[in-house]
Design a protein. Sequence first.
Length: 200
Amino acid sequence: MVKAVVFDVGGVLVDLDMDRCIRAFREELDFARITEVLDACHQKGVFEDMEAGRISADEFRAAVLRESRPGATPADVDHCLRALLAGVKPESARAVLDVAKRYPIYLLSNNNPICMPACLAQLQEAGVAPSLFKDMFISAEMKMLKPSAAFYREVIRRIGAAPEEIVFIDDSSRNVEGARAVGIDARLFVPGTSLAAVLP
């Protein structure tokens, strides 16, 4: 029996535009190393450090600005990073609203203090109020990253259901496999396909 449905954010609820983000960092900041730290599912370097909660958003901004054009500002860094977020498809919003009528819903995301507020704003704009989610498990706040077993076990503990009663939707096969390893009913979502098709 399903007792909770847990959504990844980027790539599942909020579409991602990697090319636009990379272009913004290169053209607006002259930050040449963006492809060394930015990845659709698993970040690296200073970006991973921010998403893991090892450094603050301000420390991330400062690290990027040290390698950016003179005169660039922290706001410029935020603008370029948020270029990654391409909005919520209407059909995805409808799928979330539909499943929320039947089950408690949650968010579980490798995310950071710069992008997460923008993700929630895009969900709100699409008609999915953040208050619909019973809880949000954000890597930077919890200082853990998917696909670590410790992260998933803490999610299970806080939800208060058996692992097999939790349906988790993610667009990364590594994250899905990690969740399955602790007993969660994890399902792979392929961006561009129907979100409703993988929901209970």
